[in-house]
Design a protein around this ligand. Structure first.
Ligand code: EPS
Length: 387
């Protein structure tokens, strides 16, 4: 299972080709668009999200509501493109730098300067258009397909916001369906209404001060079979692949599995999850501090992943930088930005994690059709039952 994306934030559309989806998966188009809609929500988003109404257009690989096994072509259009048609034209255009909205003032914290130097581009717009987090819309569409594949095998994905800047949400251990429902009803994707109010007020304050704020998000996946990923080779360790996926989300600076960095402060006896057995559940763990992974493989406990997002670097409050034309210092000013995109990042991370798990599921159970995968899983479960 793999995908590639193309497209710029102010270009006509984002495009992806998803290769390796099995045939005969019934797709729920409304559910796919619901996931895209979830990513657009969240307190603290800027004006762009009022312009966009993201939907996934399927342009290949699906017929009469079912996947055919052929590559799936996905398109998410940018409504904002109508304001950028000339600036983003693929044909050469006449006009001044101003008309072309040439960018020569790199913004600290963005890809602008490094990308310009590396690709030898003197218009930094060619970097920022692609490095924009707008790309996460199409990644959610790809992950949305993976999520539907997982659902077919009873695997559920949830996400929640754990921290926004100084405000941390109290931890509530909810059953996954309740967690999904409660966070969906929250403007900042937390389980606690008091914390929601505090976070909204905090985001208002940050916005007033022309600043931005990041946070910590958590993804939980339940129903994952034992033995996805492998201890035998570095690039087959599924926790490592999830970490790579999460770190590739725009503005993410760290990832943890289970208790993560806290493991560095505790004793072994406080960290490792004791193994239990009973007829009904088979082998299981007393606790889940290691977040569903031992030896790079799933152990049947819920997969728990956390990621940290830095504050968005586009600030109303100017930061110092250097003009690439004059080499003179200036302080960057911006027109529009999100003060906080942490709730949206939580939705993106769910889809990135879902993708990696779906990929590992297909590696383990193979199969070109849903029926073949189902039979392979059943036979493996029988083997586990005898173990
Ligand atoms: C982004 C900047 C903003 C965000 C954008 C990501 O866009 P613009 O430059 O058009 O104001 O709105 O996010 C999205 C468009 C999206 O769909 O999430 C950036 O620089 O990364």
């Amino acid at each position: 299972l793999r995908y590639l994306t193309a497209g710029e934030t102010h270009g006509p559309q984002l495009t992806a080709i998803v290769e390796g989806m099995p045939s005969n998966l019934k797709l729920d188009f409304e559910e796919l668009n619901f996931q895209l809609h979830r990513r657009q929500k969240g307190y603290g988003r800027g004006r762009r999200m009022q312009i966009e109404k993201d939907t996934a257009k399927i342009a290949g690989g699906v017929r009469h509501g079912y996947t055919t096994g052929a590559p799936i072509a996905l398109v998410v259009e940018n409504n904002d493109w109508k304001h950028w048609q000339n600036i983003m034209n693929i044909e050469p255009i006449e006009g001044s730098d101003e008309d072309k909205r040439r960018v020569h003032r790199p913004r600290p914290g963005h890809a602008d300067l490094n990308g310009g130097m590396k690709y030898n581009l003197k218009d930094l717009r060619n970097v920022l258009e692609r490095s924009s987090a707008r790309e996460t819309a199409i990644r959610v569409a790809c992950g949305g397909l993976a999520r539907q594949l997982l659902a077919e095998f009873g695997i559920k994905v949830a996400g929640q916001v754990i921290r926004i800047g100084e405000i941390e949400a109290p931890y509530r251990d909810l059953p996954i369906d309740e967690l999904i429902a409660v966070t969906e009803a929250s403007s900042v994707r937390v389980t606690d209404p008091e914390t929601e109010k505090k976070m909204e007020a905090y985001i208002d304050l940050i916005k007033q001060e022309g600043d931005s704020v990041g946070g910590v998000v958590e993804c939980i996946v339940e129903g994952v079979p034992i033995g996805l990923g492998s201890h035998v080779q570095y690039d087959r360790k599924l926790d490592a692949r999830i970490a790579q996926g999460v770190m590739s989300i725009n503005a993410f600076k760290g990832v943890e599995i289970g208790i993560g960095f806290e493991a560095g402060e505790l004793r072994g006896s406080q960290v490792h999850d004791e193994i239990l057995y009973d007829e009904e559940r088979g082998y299981h763990r007393r606790t889940n501090r290691l977040g569903g992974f031992e030896g790079g493989m799933t152990n049947g406990m819920p997969v728990v992943v956390r990621g940290v997002m830095k504050p968005i670097p586009t600030l109303y409050k100017p930061l110092q930088s250097v003009d690439i034309d004059t080499k003179e210092a200036f302080t960057a000013q911006v027109e529009r930005s999100d003060a906080c995109a942490v709730p949206a990042a939580s939705v993106v991370m769910e889809h990135v994690v879902a993708w990696e798990i779906a990929k590992a599921l297909l590696e383990k159970f193979g199969g070109d059709s849903i029926e073949e995968i189902r039979a392979n899983i059943a036979s493996y479960e029988e083997q586990l039952g005898r173990y």
